[in-house]
Design a protein. Structure first.
Length: 152
């Protein structure tokens, strides 16, 4: 009986150690929401394409009060997100796949971003959605297509 307890104690310790490690290794990334960048690009997410690991978080940092982020085409099981205007906002990505998001007021100007979490299981759907959505975008469509082409 005592031996059985010991085995369970070890098993529990191993499970806890794995869980704690997973938390310790989750990274935080930053995306800046810029009105203009150093290359003369306007209304741009920086970086526009970002690949992260499952469980990582991203902090979106608006350069001025006019920007935010809103998820548009995301994996089926993922939670939608929309950040308050002009405020720093963090989101943890707990579902693998590709996330296409926009700045709510500036999507027409091409202010979109792509985050890939692990495997790009839903890339076909995102590409399909973008081909429809892009008809409502007046500027910098090629920028968004270039982000999507980096998904692997
Ligand atoms: Cu914006």
């Amino acid at each position: 009986m005592k031996k059985v307890m010991t085995i369970w104690t070890i098993a529990l310790a191993v499970v806890l150690a794995i869980a704690l490690n997973a938390t310790a290794y989750a990274k935080n990334h930053q995306v800046k929401l810029l009105t203009s960048d150093d290359n003369g690009q306007n209304m741009i997410m920086s970086p526009g394409y970002l690949k992260i690991a499952l469980g990582d978080s991203v902090t979106f940092i608006p350069a001025d009060p006019s920007h935010n982020v809103e998820s548009i085409s995301i994996p089926e099981k993922a939670a939608k997100f929309v950040s308050p205007m002009g405020q720093k906002y963090s989101h943890t990505f707990n579902v693998n796949g590709v996330y296409l998001y926009k700045c709510t007021p500036h999507f027409v100007l091409g202010m979109w971003g792509v985050i890939q979490v692990g495997d790009a299981e839903n890339i076909e759907q995102v590409n399909k959605d973008w081909s429809t959505l892009s008809t409502g975008v007046a500027m910098n469509k090629a920028r968004v297509s270039a982000y999507l082409s980096q998904v692997k």
